[in-house]
Write a protein that binds this ligand. Sequence first.
Ligand code: CAA
Length: 257
Amino acid sequence: MSEVVLHEIHDKVGLIRINRPEAMNALNEAVVRGIAAAVDRFEADENIACIVLTGNDKAFAAGADIGAMKDFDYMDAYLGDFITRYWERIRTARKPVIAAVAGYALGGGCEFAMMCDMIFAADNARFGQPEVKIGTLPGAGGTQRLPRAIGKAKAMDMCLTGRLMDAAEAERAGLVARVFPADQLLAETLKVAGTIAAHSLPVLMMIKESVNRAFESSLAEGLLFERRAFHASFGLADQREGMQAFLEKRKPDFTNR
Ligand code: CAA
């Protein structure tokens, strides 16, 4: 049996590929466990400063595995804390994570992409929360992250009708940061990830934490959090190196300290 999750290292970037093409990369326990294990590995590797999560050219992931959950009863879901264990690992990653989405990102697939820090899409990408069509609702954050990303009107439209959104609309709506031709998605995403990873890792982590506070706090609290993180950056050797290098008109040599 082939591995349902593959991982590779590209210089300072850790790449995770969902590899269940026969099921449109549907997210069963083995897939989400594999993604969580790869995130654990890349988070523990001090040479890695950015993570990319991708699928194949037809599907990023077409959602939670419908066959695997169709016979669940309430207690299976509740006692098993379904869609929590392993699923939440990507959300708790401290290093930046980019979702590179080609083809379908539906249901849990769209939700997984939204758990990442940003989404880059191929021009053939299709996003959707079609759970309503199979008698359930988004369960991995779709009703919460979608309105934060694209506003209430479009989020309601997506979740209540189950319609799909193409890459151009997703970019216009703010769900997607950049769109690339499908055959260039991975190369371009790895290039951007490499640019990110060349920066100071502790600074990247402080930026990620600060942006994420915007969704968890009042403006005043968020600004205070940012100010304190900014002050903390003056404790870093990388801040001194970055500013000194600018003044000396050379590239900084960051040490992640
Ligand atoms: N779970 C299990 N298997 C899936 C799947 C899923 N979510 N999505 C696709 N597959 C399987 C199909 O059953 C099919 O398998 P067989 O070849 O063995 O029949 C194979 O992948 C290929 O799929 P299709 O033949 O359907 O391919 P298509 O090109 O005609 O359609 C698709 C592609 C539009 C993605 C369609 O497969 C589809 O609508 N999939 C389901 C999408 C969905 O409802 N996702 C939400 C799941 S619920 C959820 O995610 C809850 C949550 O919030 C966490």
